[in-house]
Design a protein around this ligand. Structure first.
Ligand code: TYM
Length: 346
């Protein structure tokens, strides 16, 4: 098993990132020793330049994100934790894969459409080719499993399509019937948590919780203090009805469904279990309970984060150590990709 995943170091780590992806990173890291595999987790800083950004802010956010991930339980002694900018093979492999990826495939990416919006002509080339870099990120390490939230599923399907086409086109015998010839690239499987695949905004139950939402009230950041968490949950949009006793009763009530889902994911029970406890109660009772649960679970993370982020030297050292290992692991696959394409490297 080779587990690979990334996060953009823009803004703060929020509850959607945590429940959708990072908590699974930590679980997989903790389980993997018994499977004899390896975990690589990285900061997608090269992805972050696809949108307008402030360089000084990107540097600061990259280091803060390392502190946040370690505070969540990513262990730099057991997992390889690094940033893309220190491993040039990501950008190199991306270029090699742009010969295989098709315009039509990228044109179908919903995230590009969402982020470019009406200003398609003014969007950066990087925003359009972003999913090819994401494919390079996982294919470079022969990832078998990629823990992500639902919104990344389409990008991972594209990574599989690119890997498949590259192997078919450039590995002699790979595409033959019953072939046992290994490809240059492994086809990765996404790991999406069924209970927290898509955490929604606290202000709008039909928009996902996101770092780029201009309203801070729309998300819980993992670095929010107890008062801020309680305030955000109390102000979260809801409807006037009490909570139902059955899951069916949440249909058409996106905000209620989201809050109950967060409670279930955070307390590691099911939605049915939460409704068995709170069915018939109004939000006046449910919201304080949810706020308290979040404060209880997030405050140890918050405390570790505050301590770790002061120590710039340690954060730099974590990234340097991770990059060294990642560069080593990337080398054979990158070389195999150059060779398969017939590129002479001397
Ligand atoms: P990013 O930085 O937007 O998000 C990091 C992870 O958090 C998940 N996530 C969510 N899950 C549930 N509910 C939400 N509201 C929510 N918001 C975010 C994302 O699905 C993701 O798993 N392109 C990626 C970063 C990336 C990457 C990769 C991931 C670059 N290369 C290779 C995996 C493999 C991104 O922008 O994630």
């Amino acid at each position: 098993m080779r587990i690979v995943s990334g996060i953009q170091p823009t803004g703060n780590l929020h509850l959607g990132n945590y429940l959708g992806a990072i908590r699974n990173w930590v679980r997989m890291q903790d389980d993997i020793e018994s499977h004899g595999g390896q975990c690589l987790f990285f900061l997608a800083d090269l992805h972050a330049i696809s949108m307008p950004h402030d360089p000084a802010q990107l540097t600061a956010s990259t280091l803060e994100m390392v502190a946040a991930l370690v505070a969540c339980g990513v262990d730099p002694d057991r997992s390889i934790l690094f940033n893309q900018a220190q491993v040039p093979a990501h950008a190199e492999l991306q270029w090699l894969l742009t010969g295989t990826a098709r315009m039509g495939w990228l044109n179908r990416m919903t995230q590009f459409k969402d982020k470019a919006g009406k200003h398609r002509e003014g969007a950066s080339i990087a925003l359009f080719t972003y999913p090819v870099l994401q494919a390079a990120d996982v294919l470079l390490y022969q990832a078998t499993h990629v823990p992500v939230g639902e919104d990344q599923k389409q990008h991972l399907e594209l990574a599989r399509d690119i890997a498949q086409k590259f192997n078919n086109d450039f590995v002699p015998g790979y595409a033959d019937e019953n072939s046992e010839v290994p490809g240059v690239f492994t086809l990765p499987d996404p790991i999406i948590p069924p209970d927290a695949a898509r955490i929604m905004s606290l202000r709008n139950g039909s928009a996902k919780m996101s770092k780029s939402d201009p309203s801070e009230m729309s998300r819980i950041d993992l670095i929010d203090d107890a008062d801020t968490i309680m305030k955000k949950i109390k102000k979260a949009k809801t409807d006037p009805e009490p909570l139902p006793s059955e899951e069916k009763g949440l249909e058409g009530r996106a905000e209620a469904q989201n809050l109950v889902g967060i409670y279930a994911a955070m307390s590691e029970t099911t939605v049915a279990g939460v409704l068995a406890e709170f069915g018939g109660e109004g939000f006046g009772k449910f919201k304080p309970a949810l706020g308290e649960l979040l404060v209880e679970k997030l405050s140890p993370i918050n405390a570790r984060f505050v301590e770790l982020k002061q120590d710039r030297e340690s954060l730099d050292a974590i990234l340097a150590k991770g990059a060294l290992k990642a560069r080593e692991l990337a080398r054979p696959t990158l070389a195999a990709a150059y060779d398969a394409l017939g590129l002479v490297r001397g």
